[in-house]
Design a protein around this ligand. Structure first.
Ligand code: DAT
Ligand code: MG
Length: 149
């Protein structure tokens, strides 16, 4: 089973969309194995978005992600990384398909509601960046046989 990191970004929290965002992923069948509200500080933001350092949007991106609390979560399931990415929609919400999280709830690239890891390798790194090992739960759900064949 794959695990992937999801962040409900500051705009998602401020706009009262934690529930709808989490619900969309949860009702897909993915299992929540960790979740908490945190305030991302500059150091954590720069580590999380290190790959974008030097780009024109880096400073606004760091300012945005540190501006207000976020909800970070780990979702588990078959192909969790790809499934979350597909459910999120395109990076620029203007290009995101209707029915996706960004396609339903966002308009601009700098206010795109949700982060999801883009590969299994990055997912592992990002989960480790935001969570201690003892914060990750392993448990069975009674519904699992109805979700996973
Ligand atoms: P994603 O969040 O879809 O994984 P990404 O990793 O390429 O996208 O970029 C991280 C965030 O940075 C993205 O959610 C919004 C912002 N961003 C990316 N490209 C941008 C651009 N060209 N202009 C402004 N913001 C951008
Ligand atoms: Mg990304």
């Amino acid at each position: 089973m794959e695990r992937t990191l999801v962040i409900v970004k500051p705009d998602g929290v401020q706009r009262g969309l934690i529930g709808p965002v989490v619900s969309k992923l949860e009702s897909r069948g993915l299992k929540i194995v960790a979740m908490k509200m945190i305030r991302i500080d500059r150091d954590l933001a720069e580590r999380h978005y290190g790959i974008h350092r030097g780009k024109a949007f880096f400073e606004p991106l760091v300012a945005y992600i540190t501006s207000s609390p976020v909800v970070v979560a780990v979702f588990e399931g078959n192909n969790a990384v790809q499934v979350v990415r597909n459910t999120m929609g395109a990076t620029n919400p203007a290009d995101a398909a209707p029915g996706t999280i960004r396609g339903d709830y966002a308009l601009e690239i700098g206010r795109n509601i949700i982060h999801g890891s883009d590969s299994t390798e990055n997912a592992q790194k990002e989960v480790d960046l935001f969570f201690q090992a003892d914060e990750l739960m392993s448990y069975e759900r009674a519904v699992d046989p109805w979700v996973f064949e």
